[in-house]
Design a protein around this ligand. Sequence first.
Ligand SMILES: Nc1ncnc2c1ncn2[C@@H]1O[C@H](COP(=O)(O)OP(=O)(O)OP(=O)(O)O)[C@@H](O)[C@H]1O
Ligand SMILES: [Mg+2]
Length: 287
Amino acid sequence: MRDQAEQLRERMLQNKKTRPTRLVTVTSGKGGVGKSNFSLNFGLGLIEKGHKAVLFDLDLGLANLDVLMGITPKKHLFHLLEPDTTVWDIIEHGPGGLEFIAGGSGFTQIMQLDDEKLDRLFSHLDPLQGYADTIIFDTGAGFSKESMRFMLSSDEVILVTTPEPPAITDAYAVIKMLHSRNPAVSIRLVINRASSEREGKMTADKLAMVSKRFLNMDIQSLGYVSDDPYVSKAVKLQRPFLLTYPQSQAARSIRNLVERYLDRPVTTDDSISGLKGFLARLRHFIR
Ligand SMILES: Nc1ncnc2c1ncn2[C@@H]1O[C@H](COP(=O)(O)OP(=O)(O)OP(=O)(O)O)[C@@H](O)[C@H]1O
Ligand SMILES: [Mg+2]
């Protein structure tokens, strides 16, 4: 009789052939607008819908994903360069079935790897292709040239902003920068901390209008997340708000947003999407 591990492996191989994996980088212009909280709860919202999300923490700021979940990662991405370490050894298990990978020292360290090590690192991630439906990279504030390469290499960029003018201005700067490197880049907006649906919509419309007018670029919105005191309460408890306060406004808006994400996938050529395409592009943008 075949053992369970063998059956699991077979299922994963099967999935590999049929399920595309999308790589999404979550970013912002201004810091502290809610990227990490969004990434975490968005990932959990996808999982609630039976969509397999794996989160990568590439944020070197203080409020790391592990802090938001109240767990201490034992391993991180760079342990993959050690002998006999597989991706399954470095995946940490958070609440709500969330799987995540801590990023070590993040972008800078990744970008300093030579070709051989970069290949080795990402070939170890290969089993995630087909295992995960979406891989989410949570990034730190601002844009360094390293994070820019990551964004340009992903299938999609989720740009988080609040409705406040300084955050909007900085978000537009990110759009402009990404557009100047790749006019076909796929960006979707998330308006966080909106006081109403109307404010969320108006903020997204404003950014979309400016992008159309000055860059001739179409930018879609994934929706908004309510400004909600339960977010801060959950952060203090080190628990994701989607799980601890499932009826809160913020949790409700995340669920709406998840529906929209699942309903409207970004269309790309699948032969170049996923991890393989990502690595090819990452190398292209590094050199
Ligand atoms: N929807 C929201 N409603 C109310 N407060 C929020 C909301 N989203 C985020 N916050 C507040 O903003 C703080 C910062 O959020 P978070 O750490 O997710 O931002 P970030 O963009 O990841 O920051 P950094 O740029 O440092 O990585 C949270 O601790 C929380 O208090
Ligand atoms: Mg963060």
